[in-house]
Ligand binder design. Structure first.
Ligand SMILES: Cc1ncc(COP(=O)(O)O)c(C=O)c1O
Length: 462
């Protein structure tokens, strides 16, 4: 006999049957989406009206003429005008499992039929305990001590919590180090960390941040020396005032710029010598290298004091060591995430860990090699139009028209019209076009097709 009413409910044969029917219906309809196609001319007028309404009510036009219909199939997404696109940006690195993934939808149903829409820090269901255990164990598997996991609903909030933890621990130190051109989110705090003037124009100053030049592959030792010296100069100028260093170890918003272990270790040594906490911002890089966490890829396990994850994890989280445990009262929020989100997060992370995606010979590395070699071929064909590719794992970027911002934007829009979603990154004079593919559902043939569309789009532009 069921020990709780919930046991009886969640195992009720009618629910099992209902979920089976939903999966069947989903498969039947979603499998009709098999490739890129243009919109249905009969829907053009109503779709354009919908886009206009959207722009009017949200206070500005969308970047792409994109309103999803609510269904897709793997890397393909159907828009409400009936067109189908390749989604190689996945909501800026969120839809790891592509569109209408039956396993993810099933997990979400389990969450959706539980008692409340949202879980919160005061009242959480058992699913959350399982999720925290999964994230914590995976984070600590090579010896990291970031075993505590605090959930939140955006990457910016996960980062805010990381900053709060570190400032409290290092009080009265009140400055932070960050990398030049980093991105950390859009709250009032994070706007002063993100190194982009336009993103904080008109905002009052909230944080004092000192910027350190990021790693430069073409000048390995030179860039290490430059960064270490810059840190030391700031420490001399503001002795004892640096609480932490936020390390975006792969710069996503800047265009998939990849760091280096020796470089990070040199900076971390300066941190440790000066009581500066090391905070790794993995909101974008989580599950996009050959390891689940990018700090594991760079072998920084022993050094991370605080880590933030988001996007692919479906729920955001701040991980921290016992040594960085905040005092009661510092952190809480109404929401941890919706019940459906928490169930989906467990499903997605569990699948990533167990599905052959990670490791030297995992799917991520294979997809990267394939995408890289295809883009290199296109670059040979159009050397003046495409440079790169750049990036790592499932964070791939290229530069078109020598990084010209206006032309890169025109390219992404034309690429969208031709059937592929990408997005801009960085800024003049090194604007890039980047791809965050849906790893779980991308196959090599999809990369071939996406590259054909990239090639065609470049040929259409001068
Ligand atoms: C490295 C990094 N940190 C933080 C954020 C902020 O995440 P969110 O947009 O969920 O607030 C992002 C988002 O792109 C990011 O790439």
């Amino acid at each position: 006999m069921a020990k709780t009413v919930a046991d009886g409910f969640f195992n009720d044969p009618r629910l099992v049957e209902a979920k089976k029917l939903i999966t069947e219906a989903l498969g039947e309809h979603s499998s009709k989406i098999t490739g890129v196609k243009p919109g249905n001319p009969e829907l053009k007028e109503s779709y354009d009206a919908l886009l206009k309404k959207m722009a009017d009510y949200r206070g500005g036009a969308l970047f792409y003429n994109y309103l999803g219909s609510g269904i897709g199939n793997g890397p393909f997404v159907e828009l409400a005008d009936g067109s189908v696109k390749y989604d190689f940006i996945t909501g800026i690195g969120v839809h790891y499992m592509g569109h209408s993934h039956p396993g993810v939808i099933n997990a979400q149903i389990n969450g959706a039929i539980s008692n409340t829409v949202m879980n919160g820090h005061l009242q959480q269901n058992t699913d959350t305990a399982a999720l925290l255990e999964l994230i914590s164990k995976e984070a600590c598997k090579y010896g990291s001590a970031v075993k505590n996991v605090f959930l939140s609903t955006s990457g910016a909030m996960a980062n805010e919590n990381a900053f709060k933890i570190i400032f409290q621990k290092r009080f009265p130190a009140n400055r932070f180090f960050a990398f030049e051109k980093c991105f950390a989110g859009r709250t009032l705090g994070m706007a002063w960390v993100t190194d982009k003037a336009a993103y904080r124009q008109g905002l009052p100053k909230t944080l004092d941040v000192d910027y350190i030049p990021f790693y430069c592959e073409s000048d390995h030792q030179g860039s290490i020396d430059l960064a270490v010296n810059a840190m030391k100069k700031y420490i001399t100028r503001f002795p004892g005032q640096h609480a932490g260093f936020v390390m975006e170890v792969i710069q996503g918003e800047n265009g998939s710029w990849v760091g280096n272990t020796e470089y990070f270790e040199a900076l971390i040594k300066v941190c440790k010598d000066n009581n500066i906490s090391v905070f790794i911002d993995e909101v974008q890089s989580f599950a996009r290298t050959s390891e689940l966490f990018a700090f594991q890829y760079f072998k920084l396990d022993k050094h991370a004091d605080v880590v933030a994850v988001g996007k692919n994890s479906q729920v955001c989280a701040t991980l921290f060591t016992d040594d960085h445990k905040p005092k009661p009262g510092l952190m809480s929020q109404t929401f941890t995430g919706s019940a459906a989100q928490i169930a989906a997060s467990y499903y997605v992370i569990h699948s990533i860990v167990n599905g052959g995606y990670l490791g030297e010979n995992g799917k991520i590395q294979k997809l990267h090699a394939k995408f890289k070699s295809n883009l290199e071929k296109i670059s040979k064909k159009h050397p003046e139009k495409l440079k790169g590719p750049f990036g790592i794992g499932a964070m791939v970027a290229m530069s078109v028209f020598n990084g010209d911002e206006a032309k890169s934007k025109a390219f992404t829009i034309k690429l969208f019209e031709n059937g592929v979603l990408s997005f801009m990154a960085g800024g003049h004079p090194t604007t890039r076009v980047r791809f965050l593919m849906p790893v779980m559902v991308t196959e090599e043939k999809h990369i071939d097709e996406v590259c054909e569309i990239i090639d065609k789009t470049l040929s259409e532009m001068n």
